[in-house]
Design a protein around this ligand. Structure first.
Ligand SMILES: C[S@@+](CC[C@H](N)C(=O)[O-])C[C@H]1O[C@@H](n2cnc3c(N)ncnc32)[C@H](O)[C@@H]1O
Length: 276
């Protein structure tokens, strides 16, 4: 199988525009909650790491009329979408650059605010990404993270387990989590990691979106963030059959509970870099 970093590049190359359409009013609510918790004064210099098509970056720029926001992402295609949207909104205090979160080019302590939304699940080494975020943050500066909590898309992970059971030879020694390539986080553990780096976390909360959804809609949404790469261990002639296995399992899970829900359970943490 491809490395996580290669998978991520491939996914967002394929799904960049669809991903942008996933930024629903509920996601906007998560961005708004994060910005409200950060409570910017309006003059800060901010960085959005793994900014994607700019959903959070643009809103942050609006709340910093006398400051500036830099959005970075490993994928040039999503940056193009973000730049176009910033242009449409006439935002001049924003710029986008291609960068790897694992080795940022910025000097130590160069930002008053650093945010990152749903990037951590996709980096092969989240600890290193967090260390980079901490490095470029000024002392007394604030960090705001949104990431996938351990229950994120639980139903789909269950459906994937079924796929693994149906095709044991093809998926030998592969776990459902590895198939998606994204990691999910436990709030307490993530907070501990941040505290070990020297951040003091003053807010940690969940903000979930629970959408009643049909199995077809569920798969379409999942495919926007995975580009169906989880089917790759199977030969293409088996993909249709595998899609039916997933759909049937999702239908069964919907019948077993009250209804099928796409649970996007996000974990939000806000903290300050302690002064030495
Ligand atoms: C799920 S999207 C989130 C986008 C945006 N932050 C949002 O919340 O809508 C994950 C983003 O992380 C980016 N990404 C993944 N690995 C990265 C890395 N090593 N360095 C920078 N960006 C990365 C992907 O290209 C993608 O745009």
């Amino acid at each position: 199988m491809k490395s996580v970093a290669e998978q991520v590049k491939e996914i967002y190359r394929i799904t960049a525009h669809d991903y942008d359409r996933l930024i629903t009013p509920c996601r906007v609510g998560q961005f708004a909650a994060l910005i409200a918790e950060l409570n910017p004064k309006g003059k800060e210099r901010a960085l959005d790491v793994g900014c994607g098509p700019g959903g959070l970056t643009l809103r942050l720029a609006q709340s910093l009329p006398h400051g500036e926001v830099v959005g970075v992402d490993i994928n040039e295609k999503v940056l193009g979408i973000a730049r176009a949207k910033a242009g449409e909104e006439g935002l001049e205090n924003i710029s986008f650059h291609q960068e790897d979160a694992l080795s940022l080019s910025f000097a130590d302590e160069s930002f008053d605010l650093v945010v990152s939304s749903f990037m951590l699940p996709w980096v092969p080494d989240p600890d290193r990404a967090l260390a980079e975020i901490h490095r470029v943050l000024k002392e007394g500066g604030k960090i705001g993270l949104i990431t996938a909590e351990s229950r994120f898309y639980d139903f789909f992970y269950e459906a994937l387990e079924e796929l693994l059971l149906c095709y044991p030879k093809h998926f030998e020694k592969i776990k459902a989590d590895e198939l998606i390539g994204a990691q999910r986080f436990d709030g307490r553990e993530l907070q501990k990691k941040l505290e070990e780096l020297g951040l003091s976390i003053h807010r940690r909360f969940h903000l979930s979106i629970e959408d009643p959804i049909t199995p077809e809609q569920y798969l379409r949404r999942i495919n926007t963030i995975t580009a169906e790469l989880y089917l790759k261990p199977l030969p293409p002639c088996m993909w249709e059959e595998a899609r039916s296995v997933l759909k049937n399992k999702l239908e069964e899970l919907g019948r077993a509970g009250t209804e099928l829900l796409a649970v996007e359970c996000s974990l939000i943490l806000v903290g300050i870099k302690e002064r030495r």
